[in-house]
Design a binder for this molecule. Structure first.
Ligand code: COA
Length: 326
């Protein structure tokens, strides 16, 4: 049976650390509030001039090294991002040039925080259809450029970073077992950036009204997220006829520690079986799962044949789960 298997991981975060105490100086908030409501202690922020493609490049370089292949071996580059360097060209194409991966086709997957699992599903389909053999999938974001540093309801949540995986065609039982994707455009107004697209192109007025920044109805988003994640995780378990106790590691999107705890409780999993990076990095959107995955791999937390459950929720709205036999 042909499977799409992750054969190398890598991640990268900018060096600059912004703590909750640093943010206390910008808006009316406190370390206690942020820790209690979100589990975030600090986040990384890209330096001036450092772009999403720079972070993606570093993470990709490490993933390619771990996989033991060269950029020239890649057939396809997929980048999950909502914060590309430019609207055009795509981040995938910018990264292709930086890596000098001349043979690879490249494009972006645009599904906010669920982007990495959406990308996993696209990679899986290309491998199963025998279209490509070596795929680089990257989740990369510089959300610090799109948060309103005067809005305490959002600026405390997000961070910058990138994670990458190399996915290869393999015969056997190891690899992506399933990916389930969902969207509900009717709830798009819970988490969005009002301007900068064709609806409201940049004008002095859109800038004056701070319409180029992320807006979120946090509390409503939270409630929808918990319900949707429970459903999509259940869908993955039922589809694969797997019981929660058979899962070795949960690799969740890192949006809020309380959401992560709710999922672990629902699955009756102790937190030792959950990869948690939110305290250090905050919500890095499409980058959070591949960053967490790479951290777990490098810490020796994942053994061959382990069963991994990935889940994510984000703007769109979008949500997704994947089951992976490592
Ligand atoms: N510091 C201090 N107070 C803050 C604050 C901050 N940074 N941000 C909001 N508050 C205040 C609010 O103004 C509100 O005050 P009020 O009661 O006087 O009106 C109060 O805290 C409660 O706000 P609420 O939004 O109900 O808090 P919450 O418990 O829902 O936590 C989030 C807010 C954003 C942390 C939480 O809702 C969340 O994580 N949502 C989901 C995020 C998510 O999953 N996004 C999608 C994936 S990317």
């Amino acid at each position: 049976m042909i499977k799409a298997r992750i054969v190398g991981t890598g991640s990268y975060v900018p060096k600059k650390v912004v703590t909750n105490h640093d943010i206390e100086k910008l808006v009316d908030t406190s370390d206690e509030w942020i820790m209690e409501r979100t589990g975030i202690k600090e986040r990384r922020v890209a330096e001036r001039g450092q772009t999403t493609s720079d972070l993606a490049y570093e993470a990709s370089h490490k993933a390619l090294k771990a996989a033991g292949i060269a950029p020239g071996d890649l057939d396809l580059i997929l980048v999950a991002t909502t914060t590309p360097d430019t609207i055009m060209p795509s981040l995938g194409c910018v990264l292709q040039e930086k890596l000098r991966a001349k043979k690879a086709a490249a494009f972006d997957v645009y599904a906010a925080c669920s982007g990495f699992i959406y990308g996993l599903s696209v990679a899986n389909a290309f491998i199963k259809s025998d279209t490509y053999t070596n795929i680089l999938l990257v989740g990369a974001e510089t959300l610090s450029r799109f948060v309103d540093w005067e809005d305490r309801t959002t600026c405390v949540l997000f961070g910058d970073g990138a994670g990458a995986v190399v996915i290869q065609r393999h015969a056997g039982k190891r690899g992506i077992l399933s990916a389930h994707l969902h969207s509900d455009g009717a709830l798009g107004n819970l988490l969005y950036v009002p301007a900068g697209g064709a609806l409201h192109p940049p004008t002095h007025d859109t800038i004056h009204k701070r319409m180029h920044y992320i807006k979120m109805k946090g509390n409503e988003t939270f409630k929808v997220a918990v319900r949707a994640l429970e459903d999509v995780v259940q869908e993955a378990l039922e589809h694969n006829k797997v019981k929660p106790e058979e899962i070795d590691l949960l690799v969740p999107h890192q949006a809020n520690m309380r959401i992560i705890q709710a999922m672990a409780k629902r699955l009756n999993m102790p937190l030792e079986k959950v990869v948690i990076t939110i305290e250090k990095y905050g919500n890095t959107s499409a980058a959070s799962i591949p960053m967490a995955l790479d951290e777990a791999v490098r810490a020796g937390r994942i053994k061959d044949h382990d069963l991994l459950l990935l889940e994510a929720f984000g703007g769109g709205l979008t949500w997704a789960s994947a089951l992976v036999r490592w």
